[in-house]
Write a protein that binds this ligand. Sequence first.
Ligand SMILES: [Zn+2]
Ligand SMILES: [Zn+2]
Length: 454
Amino acid sequence: MNPVGVVRNDCTDPAQAMQMQDAESVILVDEAFADALHMIDSCEYLDVVFHFHLPETGGRTKTGTETGAGSESRTEPETGAEGRWRRTTRSGEVRGVFASRAPVRPNPIGITTVRLVGRDGNRLRVTGLDAVDGTPVLDIKSCNTSHLDDTPCGASNHIHTSLLKSNPRLAIQRYIMAGDTEKLLIMAAQFHGHYCPGLAMGVMAAVHAMQELDRDNADPDSVTDDAKPAETGGEKASGPASDGLEDLLAIVETNNCFADGVQLVTGCSFGNNSLIFEDLGKTAFTLTRRDGNGVRVISRHESPAYVREAFPEFDRHYQRVVRDQVRDDAAVAAFRKSGAERSFGTLNLDFDRMFDVQRVRVDVPDYAPSHESGVCAKCGDSVMATRMVDGGDVSTRDTDASTRGPDTPARNPDASTRGPDTPATTAENRKLCLKCAGKPYSVLDGHGIRILDG
Ligand SMILES: [Zn+2]
Ligand SMILES: [Zn+2]
């Protein structure tokens, strides 16, 4: 193995290396690996793999310490009273080396999670490193503890919390790559409110599409020229990225339970402008990158019957509780339980019997524009400029606002939106929200998209 860098700090005594953890060390990365540092600043924690290179053992032959200090005898360890690969730790406990961080190990390799506090070019300033000055560094990796935290959106330790702060979708990405639709259904239900087969189908369809786009990215040659992503640059993706910045778009063709499974898994949501709604009433959605190479997943018309036949119990409970209005605790509990069983069970049904998958070309819209906001002269609400209209002759209606308290913005069309020289409100410069202006506006509700008269 060839070192990629070296540790620089004030510590020369391996026995003191644990105390060293509080102080700053520098990892001097070889110039040859400069491009390997790309984006490293986004990592708060790193795993540093290093070589216990010192020939002497720092006075710790038979009983290693818990420190993982940067010193190791390359000679075979003596067989002490504890056994060849057992050591007495500082706390007096006997442990096998694989159950401890003792530096005397079958291979002289140390690994420590450190905090990256700063970077000057190829000099990484870190804390937490327990290696002496001059220790050869074999590798540096972004730290990933997502496997330690199985609670769907919990964060059980500080390192994991920190990772989630830099990538909130870390666990979701991992579950997608692993095809763990059960975990994703739980997360989707936290958003959706209940378990149902429709939500499960949304999760299944979205996981399939995310994996398919990720495979394209990983292996552009496997894609036909027609459907080849333009910007793969030959780099393998680390997982299906969805940063909520419209680089990945989902087009859903229904506004029911299915759409919520799609939103959770793809990260394309109503709020981040990456979700497009086509009011077509089809249990289908398309996932596309900005290059317009998309995957459309559509529910086969047989799939509802397939789900019902696989889990027949649910219909009986549904009949009792929902149709016949039997609402005793036992009946409701049985209804919920069979609903969850059918939802989770749906995840294990044959994907190809449930869905058809198509490669499609998508006309990708431009990035959502951002607009200034104004203040409605009547209700005082802050309003996106494109949703305001000229007030015209409705200025006299402002007296309606006299029923408001003295602090409401409506009574103070103030300097925050007007320069100091702006004349007092006139009919010409008054801007109103669509509601106050009595203009029609669009709504999306359980009926689909509708235009409401103002
Ligand atoms: Zn539902
Ligand atoms: Zn208004």
